[in-house]
Design a binder for this molecule. Structure first.
Ligand code: NOS
Ligand code: ZN
Length: 350
């Protein structure tokens, strides 16, 4: 590729990633080592051969097809040691892209096949993130995910365990999985508990189903952020509500194209959302499943939509504003990032 000033500074631009799944971020090299340590057979024993088992291609037709990739990685994520290691590595991968803050999400109930409790899974992920923070300087928060195909009882267990870690590494709870088959109104009872316990909520909505799911998430599940929200554009009243309430959208461009949340890039609503004043943020979702990284997300957007450098900086700073962080920490992060952007000679914050 020819030298491109924007591409070069996108690598150096300080960034944040608010929507990243732990089980969608495991490196193939790590799977090779974990399989050996854990005595699990692999279909192939080299990195390149593992990639098709972990990553979707251009032919991915739906969210359901996309989600099928996770069964492979979660098999190797059933011990405290593996969870701690993968969380630590995610911090390292984020640092390589000058990501200053990352929120890592995972579903505790998917990591209990060998007897870990929900609380133990959270403990190990938090420990890995803390070690990553120390070694790589990346600030981090953990989001505990409830799964759409799990029982209320299992999901309530996740929320209650997560509540014990608030202020100690966990920053929010989420709902993920097959959105088209499991509408958000089925989860009111589960998220009433997060309301009672005072844990912030983000919900995957408007990805594989319509804008009405965003409405339900915001008005009845207590969501203060929305995962994706790509299909919000289908209803201008709901879009207006999200805008008025300053609810951030955690958009994940490459993943959104792969899961067919929209028909293609020409229909991807990011520029219109930004121009309409929505609090849009850019994230990776699942680097290993989507074959992406945070720099690549910005690079593709700048190429596809002609975002200017100030617009790209705006998207980054929206992420800082949307972070599940207390205000004093957020202020520090914002100052640090603004200073770094200025020192890169961009002077683009006006
Ligand atoms: O984009 C997404 N939409 C909905 N669910 C997802 C997405 N990416 C991952 N997961 C689901 O979240 C689980 C815990 O991390 C993953 O195992 C996958 O089933
Ligand atoms: Zn997601």
């Amino acid at each position: 590729m020819a030298y491109n000033r924007t591409h070069d500074w996108l690598t150096r631009l300080p960034k944040v990633d608010l929507h990243l799944h732990l089980d969608g971020s495991v490196k193939p090299e790590t799977i090779l080592e974990l399989a050996l340590d854990q005595g699990i057979d692999l279909p192939v024993y080299n990195k390149e051969g593992l990639i098709p088992h972990m990553r979707v291609g251009d032919e991915c037709g739906s969210l359901i097809e996309y989600l099928s990739k996770f069964d492979f990685t979660t098999r190797f994520m059933q011990s405290g040691e593996a969870l701690e290691r993968i969380a630590y590595e995610v911090a390292g991968q984020s640092a390589e892209h000058n990501c200053k803050y990352v929120e890592v999400r995972f579903a505790p109930q998917l990591h209990r096949n060998n007897g870990l409790t929900v609380e133990e899974t959270i403990h190990y992920v938090v420990e890995g993130m803390k070690r990553g923070q120390r070694d790589f300087g990346v600030r981090a928060g953990v989001i505990a995910i409830c799964m759409r195909n799990h029982s209320s009882e299992s999901n309530l267990e996740v929320i209650r365990a997560a509540a014990k870690f608030v202020g100690k590494g966990v920053v929010a709870v989420d709902l993920a999985g097959d959105e088209a088959s499991y509408p958000p109104e089925w989860f009111r009872e589960v998220f009433a508990e997060s309301g009672r316990l005072g844990i912030p909520v983000t919900i995957h909505a408007g990805e594989a189903a319509g804008a009405v799911n965003v409405y339900e998430a915001v008005t009845n599940l207590g969501a203060v952020r929305i995962g994706h929200g790509v299909r919000l554009k289908e209803n201008s009243d709901i879009l207006e509500l999200v805008k008025e309430r300053r609810i951030p959208l955690e958009m994940c461009p490459i993943s959104n194209i792969q899961t067919k949340a929209v028909s293609g890039w020409e229909a991807y609503p990011i520029r219109e959302y930004l121009e309409q004043g929505l609090l849009v943020t850019i994230n990776t979702d699942n680097p290993s499943v989507s074959g992406t990284d945070i720099t690549n997300e910005y690079r593709v957007l700048s190429d596809r939509f002609g975002f200017t450098e100030p617009e790209l900086v705006r998207l980054v700073m929206n992420g800082v504003e949307a972070a599940f962080m207390d205000e004093s920490d957020k202020l520090l992060l914002r100052r640090e990032m603004e200073a770094e952007i200025h020192s890169l000679g961009m002077g683009l914050l006006s």
